[in-house]
Structure formats: C-alpha cells, structure tokens
Design a binder for this molecule. Structure first.
Ligand code: GLA
Length: 394
C-alpha cells in the first residue's frame, strides 16, 4: 500500500525538489522509518529477541537512474551539495551519512546483485543522533529505491540483511539487525517481534490509544555513536561470555541455567562479563514476557514493570545508561509512568515512558524541571505511534 504524504508533506514536494536540484524528473519516491525499541536491547547480536516498532518519522528518497556507474547523493535535511561516488567505492572511502547510502550499493553488489548508478535526493524527519535509527532509515530507504530502480527480486527481510551488511562491513559499526529489520518490515499499529536467530517475525498488536496510554519518547539530546568503542566492547563481552560458556550464542543460555553460568563465568572471566551475560539472558526473558502479556490483549500497563526492570539491567549490568537517561526514567516513574527505560544502543539517545495520555504534560514538565535543575540540555518529547515499514510512495 502506498500513501501519498509523509507526515503531512505531499509526495509532490519531494518530486519537485528532486527536479529542481537535479534538473530531471524523479522516477520514484520511497520512504523508510526510524524506530523505537519497546524492549529487547543488545540481544540482536547473540541470536536474541527484540520488540521494536517503526516510527512515523521517515527518511524519504527521490531517485532516478544514472548510466555512469556512479551514485550521487544529497541531503535536503542537511542542505548538502551533491556528493558523487563510484559504485565500487571501498569500505572506509566514504565519510558521514553518505556511507549509509553508498554502502547499500556496495552490499548489494557484494551479494551478487546487478545494479548501476543512481541520482538520489534524501530528506528525513527522523531526529539525528537520538538513538532512533536515523541511519538505518537512510540505508533502508536507499535499499528499496535501488531494488525498484533495478528491478531486483528482494524481500523486506533480504533488504534488511543488506542494510545490516552495509552498516557492519561498509560503515564499520558492529550492530545487530534489529533496526534494519523493523525499518523494512514493520506494520502500523503493531510491534515487530523478531527472533534474530531464526529471523522469524510476528506483528504484535499495540493499540495504546484504546487504553488511554501514550508511549512517550524522551530524546535527551546527548550523543550516542555505535561505531565508537562502547558498543563494540559490549558486543565483545557478549561474545566472550558465549565462548567461555561453550555455547554458540547467549541465546543458548536458558534463564534456568543462568545462575550456574554466572558461577562458571565468575571463575573464568572479569566480573563485567558475567554482568553483561546476565543482562542479555534476562532481557530475552523480558521480551518473551511482554509479548505474552500483549498477545492476550491485556492492558499494556501490565508490561510497565518489565520495561523498568529492563532499564535497571541496562544501567547496572550492561552499564550503558547515562545520568540524563536515568533521570528521565526516574522522573517519569515518580510522575505516574507505568514503566520507563532507556531505548536503543545506549550512551545517550532516548528514553521511553509508558504513561496515561492525560498526564503527558505533567510528566514532560517534571522532566524539564529536573533537567534544568541538573544543568542538562533540555529534552525533546514526542509520542511514539507504531507505523509502517519501508514503502514506495510514488
Ligand atoms: C543499536 C544497534 C542495534 C541494537 C541496539 C541495541 O541500535 O544498531 O542492532 O544492537 O543498538 O539493542
């Protein structure tokens, strides 16, 4: 299904901008969303479970062929000039956001798909650096644009894998597949429950409105960066933990075996490894518990305490929270939130809080006040509504 506007901006605006900037008509317009993760953090590189949703905020790409084996990319959001790269640009050769576009062409070609050049104009309303997967939305929107321009027979899950390859092997950020998978495959009104081992997915209904609830996103406006050391060192600890326990992935550690596993790790490794393992194993169980509750059609308020437990685990065991994220969670809970947690990769970015819709102003005012008192940058707020994944708009 196609819709002909992006948050009220008609698709003709993107076509017109393309024509003004490139002097030729667009052959198509595509969009892919950012995401917010309800629960299932740092589980997607050890075969674990995740439960994100796509946001209405999208990266939009207007595009047309080029017959010279080059990819031209420019961003209206950043008001940038066109940057032109050969299709055979190597990993490391492209800096900044453009790497997420050029890397898609690279990953498609590495996987044996025949594509030529393209002229691409991007625009996005996904907040950059907020931990809401603005980069995955760039990769996924370019991926569907190139798929359609070159008539490739690739499914959403195929393209999610291509976009993950781009991020891992071209950009050099050792992430899992959650962000790309939800950006490609999500369904409006639903969470995207993904088993990252089997890649089996299920759309779990998530209608907060019916219960008078809002999922408030609190963007702390503090940096996060996944090609930096923090994310990679956590991933390393998770992989070390699995190796020391003699299992292929931490998904193989059942919650019932956790205590024993921790005793073994205590003898073998730095205590931090045990804490990282405990986070991942308990987080998989939390995702499962949340899905079970939501699938019964129960009041989503019931999942609140599980979300908060997830925050405590990320803060104390995985050690990737920040004072801003902890304050957002604590203040939301003090002001009636049913549950709250940091979301995404950590080290900054956004928190979420499950609140009564009619208490939204109270919660945001309390966070504003606490942030001002602590001398933090003021936060930005919006309500997350589950939206569709990547799609062609025109
Ligand atoms: C980032 C990565 C994801 C995932 C999350 C943490 O968003 O891109 O693959 O690991 O962090 O859950």
């Amino acid at each position: 299904m196609t819709s002909n506007s992006v948050k009220g901006q008609p698709v003709q605006d993107f076509e017109q901008a393309f024509e003004e900037l490139t002097g030729r008509p667009a052959e198509g317009v595509w969009a892919a969303p950012g995401r917010v993760n309800l629960i299932g953090e740092h589980t997607d590189y050890s075969g674990g479970l995740v439960l994100p949703m796509a946001l209405p905020q999208v990266c939009t790409v207007a595009g047309a062929f080029r017959d010279d084996e080059q990819l031209s990319v420019r961003s209206r959001q950043l008001d940038s000039d066109a940057e032109v790269y050969p299709l055979d640009a190597a990993p490391g050769a492209v800096e900044g956001w453009a790497a997420y576009a050029v890397g898609i062409a690279w990953a498609l070609r590495r996987a044996g798909h025949r594509i030529g050049g393209a002229e691409l104009v991007l625009d996005s309303n996904v907040p950059i650096g907020a931990g809401l997967s603005s980069s995955a939305s760039v990769g996924c929107s370019v991926a569907i644009a190139l798929r359609d321009l070159y008539g490739l027979e690739l499914t959403g899950p195929d393209l999610a894998a291509i976009a993950r390859d781009c991020e891992n092997d071209f950009v050099g950020a050792p992430t899992g597949v959650m962000d790309q998978a939800v950006s490609m495959n999500a369904k409006a009104g639903h969470l995207y429950f993904l088993d990252t081992r089997s890649m089996q997915a299920e759309h779990v209904p998530f209608d907060l409105d019916r219960f008078g609830l809002t999922l408030l996103v609190i963007d702390t406006r503090t940096a996060h960066e996944h090609s930096g050391g923090g994310y990679a060192s956590r991933r390393q600890a998770v992989e070390d933990g699995a190796r020391l326990l003699g299992v292929p992935e931490l998904r193989d550690v059942a919650p019932a075996d956790l205590e024993l596993a921790l005793i073994r790790l205590d003898e073998l490794a730095d205590p931090a490894v045990g804490r990282r393992v405990r986070h991942v194993v308990t987080e998989n169980a939390r995702v499962q518990a949340v899905v079970e509750i939501l699938n019964t059609g129960a009041d989503p308020r019931q999942v609140g305490p599980i979300l908060t437990a997830g925050h405590e685990s990320l803060r104390d065991d995985f050690e990737i929270s920040t004072p801003e994220l902890d304050a957002a969670v604590a203040v939301a809970l003090q002001n009636g939130a049913y549950g709250a947690r940091m979301t995404g990769g950590g080290f900054g970015g956004s928190a979420i809080a499950l609140i009564d819709t009619d208490r939204r102003d109270e919660v945001t005012a309390a966070i504003d006040k606490a942030y001002a008192e602590a001398g933090f940058k003021s936060a930005r707020f919006f309500s997350a509504v589950p939206a569709d994944g990547a799609r062609r708009l025109a």
